[in-house]
Design a protein around this ligand. Structure first.
Ligand SMILES: [Zn+2]
Length: 263
């Protein structure tokens, strides 16, 4: 495990197009859950089928995977797989293709985890252990501390595999050192949640489940810290208002597979 120097000033620098950097959205599963669980004030008896995204960022020399989707071994009976029937009484899972069936994982150079919920870290075991994992220290620590694990419903089975290289981050980070890909600290949904900026495209992950959540702050009922989540939503909303294209969470109207930005 190593710690990377922080480059907050670079990450916060004015947005500009990242030429030669491609971004593709992959759909790596679905979960079906009560609308009201994922959006405060919505009906608990209305079920919504939410897409689960991962993202592939390609430069001339890098293939960076952002998140890993659902664990294919858990789809059929997640309550039994994780030993948590309580959680999966609320979530039904589906997956057409795992991340490893959509990307040649042997070509991945780095893996960024936005956070360590099971719909983002479930495919971790499909990624070679030699691929360095970039995660916020606050998230990694919480995912290995019993009180925080319980509070955040982290499921350790997805990340309890053998040793792998983990790079722990303390805030904003200029991932490649050239300003092209920045990791942005956006805590609240979980303790060390982070977003990813590629030029004027921002992968907001679960700062909000629905795009409207950036403004109406109707977040999921569960969170590590709703006040911090609100500040993170305001941070991304401000970037959007300055011209960035912000993709969040699991909004079925927005999270659709395809090329977001050609290389
Ligand atoms: Zn999620």
């Amino acid at each position: 495990m190593r710690t990377e120097g922080m480059h907050g000033d670079h990450a916060a620098a004015a947005m500009q197009p990242s030429r030669g950097v491609g971004v593709e959205l992959l759909r790596v599963g679905w979960f079906t859950a009560p609308a009201g669980l994922l959006r405060a004030g919505a009906a608990m008896d209305e079920m919504i089928r939410f897409p689960v995204p991962a993202y592939l960022i390609e430069t001339e020399t890098e293939r960076i995977l952002v998140d890993t989707g659902l664990n294919p071994a858990a789809i059929a009976d997640p309550g039994a797989y994780y030993g948590r029937p309580d959680i999966f009484a609320l979530f039904g899972l589906e997956q057409e293709l795992s991340v490893a069936e959509q990307v040649d994982v042997d070509t991945i150079t780095r893996l960024v985890l936005t956070h360590m919920h099971w719909d983002h870290v479930g495919g971790l075991g499909l990624i070679p252990a030699t691929v360095p994992v970039y995660v916020q220290r606050a998230e990694w620590d919480a995912a290995h501390e019993q009180t925080a694990i319980a509070r955040n419903s982290f499921l350790q089975r997805d990340y309890a595999g053998g040793p792998r290289e983990v790079v722990l981050l303390d805030g904003d980070c200029d991932l490649l050192g050239d300003g092209s890909v920045a990791l942005i600290s956006t805590p609240g949904h979980t303790p060390g949640h982070q977003s990813v900026r590629v030029g004027d495209l921002i992968i907001g992950a679960d700062v909000a489940t629905f795009a409207a959540g950036l403004d109406d702050h109707r977040f999921p009922l569960f969170a590590d810290d709703h006040a911090a989540q609100l500040r993170s939503a305001e941070r991304l909303a401000a970037m959007r208002d300055r011209g960035a294209h912000v993709l969040v969470g699991h909004d079925p109207e927005i999270i659709r597979p395809g090329i977001l930005q050609p290389r």
